[in-house]
Design a binder for this molecule. Structure first.
Ligand SMILES: [Zn+2]
Length: 77
């Protein structure tokens, strides 16, 4: 079966969205200031989902070859 990109009900292509929370860690230098060096620590806060610019959200699903498909539509909150 030929792969078809996931399309929204409105006909537009969907994009993958994931929410991350990101911590930035600075070391403190001997002058008591924040040092220029910092590291990022990112965590996925919620699972990936598919989103359309019209505002519709869908679960992300995969076919047997691991290709992205449109899953169930999230019910509006
Ligand atoms: Zn749409």
């Amino acid at each position: 079966m030929k792969y078809k990109k996931p399309i929204c009900e409105c006909g537009k292509e969907l994009t993958i969205t994931a929410v991350f929370s990101c911590d930035i860690l600075w070391t403190i230098n001997s002058n008591g200031k924040r040092s220029k060096k910092h590291t990022f620590s990112a965590d996925t806060q919620s699972g990936e989902h598919l989103e359309c610019e019209c505002g519709a959200d869908y679960e992300i699903d995969f076919d047997e070859k691991g290709r992205i498909l449109r899953g169930k539509e999230y019910s509006p909150v």
